[in-house]
Ligand binder design. Structure first.
Ligand SMILES: *Cc1c(COP(=O)(O)O)cnc(C)c1O
Length: 382
């Protein structure tokens, strides 16, 4: 039996080379040579002009929560089908999270659900580009402009993805990226905050530097730095930045492999959509994917669980996620009875993610495809 892990980070050799260089350079805390190289890369390639390398994407979201100076009645609208950190950061920093549903046919946040949840207290809308597929970002921008609401893009899935030729991460007031080992490129743990709204840059600088004006000091604008605002310790260390830089210099190579296997899955599994159900999301055929996630949507929760068991017992580590946040223990305890969010609940019950990473081989991917097709009793010789 072939064993196919769900994820295995592609280590290119450059990571250790740059870590050695960082050690030799004798500057191991944050904001050093390799952090600057990474930021330069992001600026050159994606036009992210003001970015902060952080200890995680979760921390990048917390920085935004601090910058928004949240009050008790402030509301942040978030898709329920999301990672815990997306909501937790805002609750931790004193605001109220309001959950929106997903679109009918895709896990991204539904604009019509957002419109129903907006109130005079809405401070921000937090949108995820699920699996690197852009959410309805232009509609969200329109709503946010009209009502003076902050827009945050969660790009944890969407490095190297774009919409209308513009990179994701450039649309909102803020965007956040993750370099957790399960993402397309990694630094072990790590994240990036991009600040597109220039009104927040000065404030973000002091939040990033533990509540001080150290960034002014670094630029020789003041002779001493001191405590000026809220903040914490968010800097990515040079060891991690060196690792990340090794990954960035191989980004194209890593992406090419991931996309090759994404396209192979798509090509061989699209036959499932002839079974009178859209097992493969239609959006996957419409876009040039960044190959972060390949998922199949089953008809029912029991079909999904059967497929999951079948693949797992064949040595294939397929997984599911997320548990809808509006049904979580924390949220129910705090807010009591919650609205039903039909599609968020459906995606949580019916999605299954196939192994997708740059260490897949043709043999392992073919094996995954063969097992999925055999579960659905599709004759693979045709
Ligand atoms: C992974 C992920 C995060 C959190 O990233 P960390 O770097 O692990 O903190 C946030 N949002 C989404 C959508 C994610 O997938």
């Amino acid at each position: 039996m072939i064993k196919v892990p769900f994820n295995k980070s592609k280590i290119t050799g450059s990571e250790i080379k740059y870590i050695r260089e960082a050690i030799k350079h004798n500057e191991l805390s944050g904001d050093g040579k390799f952090s600057k190289k990474c930021k330069y890369f992001f600026n050159q390639k994606y036009n992210f002009k003001n970015s902060f390398l952080t200890t995680s994407c979760t921390d990048a979201i917390e920085m935004i929560a601090i910058a928004l100076d949240l009050k008790k009645n402030d509301e942040i609208i978030i898709p329920s089908f999301a990672f815990v950190s997306c909501a937790n950061a805002f609750e931790t920093h004193g605001a109220k999270v309001i959950f929106a549903d997903s679109e009918k046919n895709y896990p991204n946040i539904s604009v019509s659900s957002v419109l129903k949840k907006i109130s005079k207290n809405t401070k921000a809308i937090f949108a995820i580009h699920y699996a690197g597929v852009a959410c309805n970002i232009l509609e969200l921008i329109k709503i946010c402009k009209q009502k003076n609401i902050i827009l945050i893009e969660d790009c944890a899935h969407s490095i190297d993805s774009f919409y209308n030729d513009k990179f994701l991460g450039l649309f909102g007031d803020f965007s956040v990226f993750s370099f957790h080992e399960t993402k397309n490129i990694t630094s072990g743990e790590g994240g990036l905050l991009v600040v597109n709204n220039s009104k927040f840059i000065k404030k973000m600088n002091s939040i990033y530097h533990k509540g001080t004006n150290r960034s002014d000091f670094n630029q020789n604008l003041v002779s001493k730095y001191q405590w000026v605002s809220h903040g914490s310790s968010f800097l990515m260390s040079e060891i991690n930045s060196a690792f990340l830089y090794g990954q960035l210099t191989n980004l194209e190579k890593i992406q090419k492999i991931r996309i090759k296997y994404f396209d192979l899955y798509l090509n061989k599994l699209k036959v499932l959509n002839t079974l009178n159900f859209k097992y493969i999301p239609e959006k996957f055929f419409d876009i040039k994917s960044n190959a972060h996630i390949f998922y199949i949507q089953c008809r029912t929760n029991s079909e999904r669980n059967e497929l999951l068991n079948y693949l797992n017992s064949s040595g294939i580590n397929a997984v599911f996620h997320y548990l809808p946040l509006h049904l979580s223990k924390y949220y129910k305890k705090k807010y009591g009875q919650v609205d039903k969010l039909l599609y968020a609940e459906k995606f949580s019950k019916c999605i299954i993610r196939l192994p997708l990473h740059a260490n897949l081989t043709k043999k392992s991917a073919d094996y995954v495809i063969k097992k999925v097709l055999s579960f659905f009793k599709i004759n693979i010789t045709k």
